[in-house]
Design a protein. Structure first.
Length: 750
């Protein structure tokens, strides 16, 4: 590891010379001033990562080390890019023009449009969204007579996207890597899919970097130009990069080697979508002589929360290592984490609801409370409970504005006008509203388009000029094509918001919803009305369409007094005073299916997800686990998550939820520590907490055999039909056949 340049100033000296460095702690100042060579900033949760990135950008500009156009700053979300831009311009007190700031996809699209012809595209290519990708893939599968029910298109698209995330074009995928999906023809479909995209003058999100890599490999002079251009490269959330993004960055950084990657290996939680935590773990191998700066001083959470999170994540092996700490004068270490045992999901929701009401009575803001779940199905019981209590809430991650049906339809009309070869958009609107263009007409157009390798619009024009179609269909199709030509002719003559309004009116789409008696029709009309002014923020129609394709973010009102309910994955980057972490049970968290598919590597990612959940909290964390959980209409007997046992005992208070008794609760009993029990009080309730109101007896293993009569609190009486270790299969008298853990039942009286 190299030593920092001697000119790196102490925080005090730097602040005196450069105001943008004022207020930085020593590690932050070090990261902001290390401008020569590769730098890795390991930024723990709540350690001021964005502030460091901003200060570094300003420092580069303020010291005249580079022009804005010589800086590439890459983020993962449009929101993060906008926030960074705003902060830099505020600190400089002037706008910054010409720099390359954006997401991987937006920067990739910018480069691709500049060299579209070299990539085999035209400059006005369309960027397909997920819905259009699936529709195109279904068309190809149908032509190949592949059963979409047996091999869902979304599953095959996942295979294709994983190849793209690894930077592999069809010709680079080996036969041994072909998937068994689609009758072993996944690679062949991938090849056809890419060929069809070229015909449509379209790309998908994976192509934006994949085609960049191909462009750089096949045209070294283009790569050399960008290598010379970008004197400084900054990358946010580096732990979430996939292989294609990693290769793209490495190529661009070869000339100047002034690449600064900021990330946290302990918060790499997106392996399921292609992220490779190994990218950040081997940074020093990829860039010899790299400076590594650890940001460990936390400005968000209490000392107890940080100690608990650090103790948990220390069980991971694949990490670079750091320990979060805080130093807030006059503050105590904060509240201990509270871990509660509850009877079932309903009990859990009731307990969380009561705690929320209690905190609200003490003056705590609802907007500073969050319920973070591992799986989406967990939200229902919390929603129902909060509705019953009259507590306002929001479910983060619902349908976004640009994903609504009516907005997708409107966008399809605009896409066809902007790019006539966009077959998927044309197919969406060809008979919407109904204009007499049926499936037979569309099949004829598809057949001609495939035979002559042309777009559907071009095929439609040829069909309209012949007698191939029946007169009504020919007139309807000809009328639509004439409308599209007329709207296209107005693109440069009419402001694009006004043009969009004209298109939606003249096409009959607005009229269709006005005439609809459906209950949702008024809301759909309101959304369409909202679309028009939103377009006014962009210079032209093409710019607006690209923005929607790349961003698709829906703003939320931060001032709303509502409890937030979301998955742990959705919570990354957010923070709240109070965080509820329900469902910490084995097979739910860590997730059973994830572990079966990914093994030890997946377990470490699950643990990082738990770490992310803990570090979202400023003041307090409340963890809960249920002894029984209803999953997809089936009751399961649950064990507490191993993650609870990995929390440092001195930072945790074990307690029973209301309605349960616990005389002493130090930590939950783990799988290999379960002992026999005899219920005292509430019948057939297993002792998930040591020292609870149960007496410890003999080990239950071997107590039950096939034919034994047993009793379960939820399912009642039943007969054991099979025994497998500690698991029993029981035919219950009323509940039917269930699989339960032997410790959750007792022998029924003879």
């Amino acid at each position: 590891m190299s030593v920092l340049p001697e000119r790196t100033l102490s925080p005090a000296a730097a602040a005196e010379r450069q105001p943008h460095l004022s207020g930085l702690n020593p590690a932050q100042a070090q990261a902001a001033q290390a401008l020569d060579g590769p730098v890795l900033v390991l930024a723990g949760a709540g350690t001021g990562k964005t502030r460091v990135l901003t200060a570094r950008l300003v420092h580069i500009l303020a010291t005249a080390r580079a022009l804005p156009s010589q800086i590439l700053a890459v983020t993962f979300t449009n929101k993060a890019a906008n926030e960074m831009k705003h902060r830099v311009e505020t600190m400089l007190a002037r706008p910054v023009e010409g720099w390359w700031l954006g997401t991987f996809h937006s920067v990739g699209a910018r480069i691709l449009r500049r060299h579209a012809e070299l990539a085999g595209l035209r400059q006005n290519f369309t960027i397909l969204d997920a819905d259009d990708q699936i529709r195109l893939l279904k068309q190809l599968m149908q032509a190949e007579e592949i059963d979409d029910k047996k091999f869902p298109a979304r599953v095959l698209m996942g295979v294709i996207q994983r190849w793209k995330d690894r930077g592999l074009l069809p010709e680079q995928v080996t036969a041994g890597e072909d998937s068994e999906i689609a009758n072993g023809r996944s690679l062949a479909i991938y090849r056809q899919y890419q060929e069809r995209l070229r015909t449509l003058n379209a790309v998908d999100f994976g192509d934006l970097l994949l085609l960049n890599l191909s462009l750089f490999r096949e045209h070294p002079e283009v790569l050399a130009d960008y290598q010379r251009r970008f004197r400084y490269i900054l990358v946010d959330e580096y732990q979430d990069t996939n292989v294609a993004q990693y290769l793209w960055l490495r190529l661009l950084a070869q000339e100047h080697r002034n690449i600064c990657c900021v990330g946290d290996d302990d918060q790499s939680i997106y392996g399921w979508r292609g992220a490779e935590v190994g990218n950040i773990l081997r940074f020093e191998e990829d860039f010899p002589g790299a400076v590594v700066v650890r940001l460990e001083q936390n400005y968000r959470s209490t000392a107890r929360i940080l100690a608990a999170a650090s103790g948990l994540i220390a069980h991971n092996q694949d990490r670079l290592g750091k320990t979060l700490w805080c130093d807030i004068p006059g503050e105590e270490r904060g509240e201990k984490l509270r871990v509660s045992a509850v009877w079932d999901g309903e009990d859990e929701a009731r307990s969380v609801g009561e705690e929320i009401e209690a905190l609200q009575r003490k003056g705590e803001s609802l907007s500073q409370m969050a319920i973070l779940v591992r799986a989406g199905f967990q939200t229902r019981e919390f929603e129902e409970r909060l509705m019953t209590l009259g507590v306002p809430y929001r479910v983060v991650g619902g349908p976004r504005f640009y994903e609504r049906q009516e907005i997708r339809d409107a966008m399809a009309y605009l896409r066809v006008v902007n790019q006539p070869d966009d077959d998927l958009a044309f197919e969406r609107i060809v008979n919407l509203p109904r204009r007499g263009i049926g499936d037979a007409t569309l099949r004829a157009a598809h057949a001609l388009a495939r035979a002559r390798t042309i777009s559907l619009v071009a095929a439609g024009r040829q069909l309209v000029a012949t007698d191939e179609l029946k007169p009504p269909a020919r007139r309807a199709l000809g009328g639509l094509l004439a409308d599209i030509d007329r709207w296209r002719a107005q693109v440069d003559a009419m402001p694009h918001p006004e043009l969009a309004e004209t298109i939606l009116e003249e096409s009959g789409y607005i009229g269709m919803w006005r005439a609809s008696k459906a209950a949702e029709a008024p809301g759909r009309l309101d959304n369409l009305k909202e679309l028009i002014p939103a377009m006014g923020e962009f210079d032209n129609l093409a710019g607006f369409l690209e923005h929607v394709s790349l961003v698709m973010e829906q703003a939320t009102d931060a001032g709303d007094e509502k409890v937030s309910i979301m998955t742990l994955h959705a919570a990354k980057g957010l923070e709240f005073n109070t965080v509820f972490l329900p469902g910490w049970e084995e097979e739910l968290f860590p997730n059973r299916r994830t572990l079966e598919e990914g093994g030890a590597k997946a377990l470490e990612e699950e643990r990082r997800l738990a770490y992310v959940g803990l570090t979202r909290a400023r003041k307090r964390v409340l963890v809960s686990y249920a002894q029984n959980r209803r999953v997809h209409n089936a009751w399961l007997a649950c064990l507490p998550s191993r993650f609870i046992g990995e929390l440092p005992p001195q930072e945790v208070d074990m307690e029973a939820a209301p309605g349960m008794t616990a005389t002493r609760a130090e930590r939950p009993v783990m799988r290999d520590e379960w002992r026999g029990w005899r219920p005292v009080g509430r019948a057939a309730q297993p002792p998930l907490i040591e020292g609870s109101a149960f007496e410890i007896g003999d080990t239950p293993s071997g107590r039950f055999t096939t034919g034994s009569r047993v009793f379960h609190m939820k399912f009642g009486y039943g007969t054991v039909t099979a025994v497998e270790g500690e698991k029993l299969e029981v035919e219950f008298d009323k509940a039917g056949r269930k699989k339960v853990v032997d410790s959750f039942v007792q022998r029924a009286p003879a």
